[in-house]
Design a protein around this ligand. Structure first.
Ligand SMILES: [Zn+2]
Length: 114
């Protein structure tokens, strides 16, 4: 049984639609979320998206797109290289973070305000 989210009364889904209007309070309830799954099998497009994500510094998503590329074509050296570059970028960012942390810790110890 499906209940109305607004009044809690039973919803009658007679029309088999995704959206049902509650006959008691008029609230519309979405029964099924429309899911649009984008399945891209074109490795050139996948790698392009990965590059865009890398530029946006969203490294995890970029890696995910390279991973998708590799699941289509495991011998795509371009994707392997791209993944390696991202891991390097990630490592570099971690390094620079560490340095910043070190500096701010040092300044705290010696009492310098940043
Ligand atoms: Zn209702």
């Amino acid at each position: 049984m499906i209940k109305c989210l607004a009044c809690g009364k039973k919803l009658e889904n007679t029309s088999n639609k995704n959206i049902v209007k509650c006959i008691y309070c008029g609230n519309s309830v979405i029964l099924k979320k429309l899911s649009i799954k984008l399945i891209i099998k074109n490795t050139i497009i996948l790698k392009k998206i990965a590059l865009i994500m890398r530029d946006l510094k969203d490294y995890d998503t970029a890696i995910d797109f390279y991973q998708r590329t590799l699941s289509v074509d495991n011998s795509d050296w371009d994707a392997w290289l791209g993944k390696a570059i991202i891991y390097l970028s990630k490592a570099n960012e971690l390094e620079s973070l560490k340095t910043e942390d070190l500096i701010s810790t040092y300044c705290e110890i010696v009492g310098i305000e940043l």
